[in-house]
Write a protein that binds this ligand. Structure first.
Ligand code: SAH
Ligand code: SF4
Length: 335
């Protein structure tokens, strides 16, 4: 698929796009849906991304889960036969934080659950330590693959190059690497989105999480809300992005993200019908879940209809793309 083909699909040129993408998923990796229990570890963050409700400058109450709260959520995941958990939180470089994550990952890995981390940019050494402790997947969205757009929403020195380096370091450390973008950010064009998909193919990613941009109150980007497409259009574009990526990379894991359900109660189900194969039910304790306000109207509950789909209980659901890449010796990748 070339850029022109992608642009045509993004503009709605194929009414069968979602059905074709779901069929491509079924043919490549089957209709299985995998669950990851999401644990929102902490809303303390060293970065000040202009769109994010838990950015460094946000004044809302800060929290960090205690180990025993995390282990309680892990127990829930085990009792409910989930195969994996995701530990997500703000970017924090404090040695005590890095040690604590290493320790907790080691504890969780004893249970046999698959562990995904999403804790931002860290040093190669930290990535290695967490991997050796038992984490096998890492989510770090590129957010916007266009350098100028990236720098607009992350106005720090060298930020784009650091992001790219972190993605390479993760691959180097041995993780299944997931990335993704927000869709419908002010100043983003449909050409940007086409290039985002090409970026993900060129990076040969194993997993992807993409969601619509949703305004977070009291953030600098909220001032540009007049530039936004309507929410329903941002949702539709996200579904198209998921479907096109599924056609481009049939055997990767693609998440039906929570932000989709913030716009439409059916959002995550619609993503599954457009080719997604991973859902992350939120297992964070309630008070913390309320304080982890990346954006407004964050859904607090999973749409239970998802559990009536082909959910594979007790399976880790590793990226088939990763396994294929690992077993094809001598294959090149561009990360
Ligand atoms: N700090 C880590 C993980 C937590 S943020 C990191 O940044 O990687 C997880 C994701 O939330 C980010 O990648 C971003 O794409 C998304 N996010 C943040 N603010 C958002 C908003 N206003 N609307 C939609 N998604 C948002
Ligand atoms: Fe921090 Fe992640 Fe939010 Fe950026 S998106 S401010 S790194 S939590």
């Amino acid at each position: 698929m070339n850029r022109g083909d992608i642009l045509e699909l993004l503009r709605g040129g194929d009414k069968q796009l979602f059905a074709r993408a779901a069929a491509a998923r079924d043919a490549a990796i089957g209709p299985a849906i995998y669950l990851r229990g999401l644990i929102e570890y902490s809303n303390i963050c060293s970065k000040d991304c202009l769109y994010c409700g838990i950015r460094k400058s946000s004044i809302s109450g800060k929290y960090t889960l205690e180990s025993k709260q995390i282990l309680r959520a892990v127990k829930y995941a085990i009792n409910n036969n989930y195969g994996s958990i995701v530990l997500q939180g703000g970017e924090n470089y404090a040695p005590a934080h890095i040690d604590k994550i290493e320790h907790i990952v080691r504890e969780i890995s004893k249970t046999g659950l698959g562990i995904t981390l999403s804790l931002g940019e860290q040093s190669p050494e930290t990535y290695r330590r967490w991997f050796e402790a038992g984490a096998s997947r890492y989510l770090l969205r590129i957010e916007a693959s266009d350098r100028a757009l990236y720098e607009k929403i992350h106005p720090y020195d060298d930020s784009y190059d650091r992001r790219l380096k972190a993605l390479r370091d993760l691959r180097e450390a041995g993780y299944q690497v997931g990335t993704g973008v927000m869709i419908g950010v002010p100043f983003q064009t449909v050409e940007n989105l086409a290039n985002d998909l090409i970026f993900m193919r060129e990076m040969d990613i194993d997993m992807c999480g993409m969601g619509p941009y949703i305004v977070a109150e009291n953030t600098p980007l909220a001032a540009y809300s007049a530039l936004l497409e309507p929410e329903e259009m941002r949702l539709e574009m996200t579904l198209r992005m998921i479907a096109i990526l599924r056609l481009m990379m049939p055997d990767i894991n693609i998440a039906a993200t929570t932000a989709l359900q913030a716009i439409d109660p059916d959002g995550r189900l619609r993503a599954i019908d457009a080719g997604a194969n991973v859902v992350m039910p939120n297992l964070t304790p309630t008070d913390a879940k309320k304080a982890y306000t990346l954006y407004k109207n964050k859904p607090m509950e999973l749409d239970m209809r998802i559990l009536e789909r082909n959910v594979q209980y007790g399976e880790r659901g590793d990226s088939a793309h990763f396994s294929a890449r690992k077993s094809s010796c001598g294959s090149e990748n561009n990360l």
